[in-house]
Write a protein that binds this ligand. Sequence first.
Ligand SMILES: *[C@@H]1O[C@H](CO)[C@@H](O)[C@H](O)[C@H]1NC(C)=O
Ligand SMILES: *[C@@H]1O[C@H](CO)[C@@H](O)[C@H](O)[C@H]1NC(C)=O
Ligand SMILES: *[C@@H]1O[C@H](CO)[C@@H](O)[C@H](O)[C@H]1NC(C)=O
Ligand SMILES: *[C@@H]1O[C@H](CO)[C@@H](O)[C@H](O)[C@H]1NC(C)=O
Ligand SMILES: *[C@@H]1O[C@H](CO)[C@@H](O)[C@H](O)[C@H]1NC(C)=O
Ligand SMILES: *[C@@H]1O[C@H](CO)[C@@H](O)[C@H](O)[C@H]1NC(C)=O
Ligand SMILES: *[C@@H]1O[C@H](CO)[C@@H](O)[C@H](O)[C@H]1NC(C)=O
Length: 495
Amino acid sequence: MEQGFQCGGFVANMKGASIVSLCVLYLSALVRCYGGQEQDVLEAFINSRRARVSESHDVEDFSTEYSPMYVAPQEGLKDADRILALPGQPAVNFSQYSGYVTIDPAAGRALFYWLTESEDSATKPLVLWLNGGPGCSSIGAGALTELGPFRVNPDGKTLWYNNNAWNNLANIIFLESPAGVGFSYSNTSSDYITGDKKTAADSYIFLVNWLERFPEYKIRDFYITGESYAGHYVPQLADLILKNNKITNQTVINLKGIAIGNAYIDDEDQPKGSFDYLWTHALISDEIHQGIVENCNMSYDANVTQVCGDYLNQAYTARGHIYPYDIYAPWCTSSSNSSSVPRFDPCSSQYVSVYLNTPEVQKALHANVTGILGPWSNCNGYVGNHWQDIPVTVLPVIKELMASGIRVWIYSGDTDRAVTVTTTRYSLSKLGSLVKTPWYPWYSLGEVGGYVVEYQNITFVTVRGSGHFVPSYQPERALAMFSSFLEGKLPPGSK
Ligand SMILES: *[C@@H]1O[C@H](CO)[C@@H](O)[C@H](O)[C@H]1NC(C)=O
Ligand SMILES: *[C@@H]1O[C@H](CO)[C@@H](O)[C@H](O)[C@H]1NC(C)=O
Ligand SMILES: *[C@@H]1O[C@H](CO)[C@@H](O)[C@H](O)[C@H]1NC(C)=O
Ligand SMILES: *[C@@H]1O[C@H](CO)[C@@H](O)[C@H](O)[C@H]1NC(C)=O
Ligand SMILES: *[C@@H]1O[C@H](CO)[C@@H](O)[C@H](O)[C@H]1NC(C)=O
Ligand SMILES: *[C@@H]1O[C@H](CO)[C@@H](O)[C@H](O)[C@H]1NC(C)=O
Ligand SMILES: *[C@@H]1O[C@H](CO)[C@@H](O)[C@H](O)[C@H]1NC(C)=O
C-alpha cells in the first residue's frame, strides 16, 4: 500500500509551478498508481498549462469555432443504433441506443454516445451527462458506475440493475467527449491535442446532429449535468448553446438548466478549499494548515515558494494514504470488493474495463466499428496531458448562465477531497449572489440527505456522506436530488 507515496514523491521540482498544478499533479500520480477512476487527469492540468492559459478572465466566445456548422442527414441511423440487449444484461422495459455521431467528416472525427431512455420516454425530459478528467469517459464512469441503469458484476461479464438509475426520471445521454476519450475517435491525430473550446464546439455539433437522428427530442426540455472537470464542460456548452440559439439556422436547443457536481470551477478556490477541508476534516495538523495559510499564495498566477512547498509536502505526508474521491472509503484491493464492503464496490471501474473491452460488448454497443486503437480505458492520459486552453475560472460563464434565466444547480458530495465542498462554497461566495432560502437540512428516506442554500439564480445542494462520484456513493440521495432539480423544486425540508 505504501507505494502510493513513492509514486507521488514529489514537490521536488516546484520552481515556477502554481499551487493548483502541484495539488493536481500529486493527485493524478496517486490515481495512476492505483488505476483510479475519472480524474486521472485532473492532472493534465497543468504542468505545461500555465504558459498557455489565457490571461483573460472574460467569458470566452465559443460561437465562431466552426463556420458553417456541420449538419448531416441522419435518416435510418437511429434504428441502426438501437441496442437489442447487452451481453449479460438483465431484462428491462426501456429502450437503449448507442453509436457514433460524425462531427467532422474530413478529419474523420466522431463522438460516441449511449442513450438510456425512460420507460415512458415521451413524457420525460432529455438530459446529457458528462464526466470530466479532462479525458475521462462518461460511459465508463457515469453510465456504468454512477447513475446509469446497469453496473458490472465482479465477473466483468454480467450486469446488475441499478434501482436508483437516473433514467427512472429522464432520458439520459452519456457522451464520450472529446475525441480520443473512450470509444470516441479521430482519424487525424492532431485532434487529440484539444481543450475546453473545441470540446464545447464538438459537443454542440454532436447535439445538433443527434437531434436530427432523434427528432422526437427536438422540442423536449433539455438539461446538462456532469461532475468534476465537467465543471468546465457543462457551463461552457450551455453558454455556447444559448449563444447559438440566437444565431443559428439549425435546431434551437431547448436548454432549461444545468447541474454540476464536485465541479472544478476556479483555480484559486481549488487549493484553498482543499487545504481548509483537510484541516477541518481532521486530516492534517493545525501547524501544517497554519503554515500553508501563512506561506502559500493561492492567487491565479502566483508561484509556489520553497517554504510553501515544504508545508505542502508535510500536508501530503500528514494526511496519509487516503482514497482521494471519498475520505471514508476503502481503496480497491484484493479484499475490498462488494462482498466485503457494504456499499459502493471500490473495484467497480476494473470490472467496467473488462466488460467494455469484450468484443461482443463492443459489438452490441455499436462501438469501435472502425477498429480504433485499444484497449478502451476510462481516461485518456494523452488527451488530458496535452490539454490546451483552460480558463483559470469559469465563474464568469456561470454568472452569465445565472442571468440567462436557466436553472443552475451546484451540488457537492461532502466527503470528496478531490474537489471539496469547501472549495465549492468559496466559489459560491465569490459569485456573491443573495440568499433567497437560507441553509436547511433536506431529507431522503427519513435521514438528512444533505443541506441546501438557494441563492438568487443558483442553488447549492450538498449530498451527505458522499464522495466525488455522488450517484455511486449515495444512490438514493443522488436520485432524490436529481428529482428535485428536474422539478425545479428545492429538496424536501422534512421527512
Ligand atoms: C512564476 O514562475 C514563472 C516561471 O518561472 C515565471 O515566468 C513567472 O514570472 C513567475 N510568476 C510570478 C508571479 O512570480
Ligand atoms: C416489464 O413490464 C412487464 C409488463 O408491464 C412487467 O410484467 C415486467 O415485470 C416488467 N419488467 C421489468 C424488468 O420491469
Ligand atoms: C441563416 O439563413 C439565412 C437565410 O437562409 C442566411 O442568410 C444566413 O446567413 C444564415 N445564417 C447562418 C448563421 O447560417
Ligand atoms: C500573491 O501573488 C499575486 C500574483 O503573483 C500577487 O499579486 C499578490 O500580491 C500575492 N499576495 C501576497 C499576499 O503576497
Ligand atoms: C472479494 O473479497 C473476498 C473477501 O476478502 C475474497 O475472498 C474474494 O476473492 C474477493 N473477490 C474478488 C472478485 O476479488
Ligand atoms: C477495437 O477493436 C480492435 C479489434 O478489432 C481491438 O484490437 C482494439 O483494442 C479495440 N479498441 C478499443 C478502444 O477497444
Ligand atoms: C438573476 O437573474 C435576473 C434575470 O434573469 C437578473 O436580472 C439578475 O441580475 C440575476 N442575478 C444574479 C445574482 O445572477
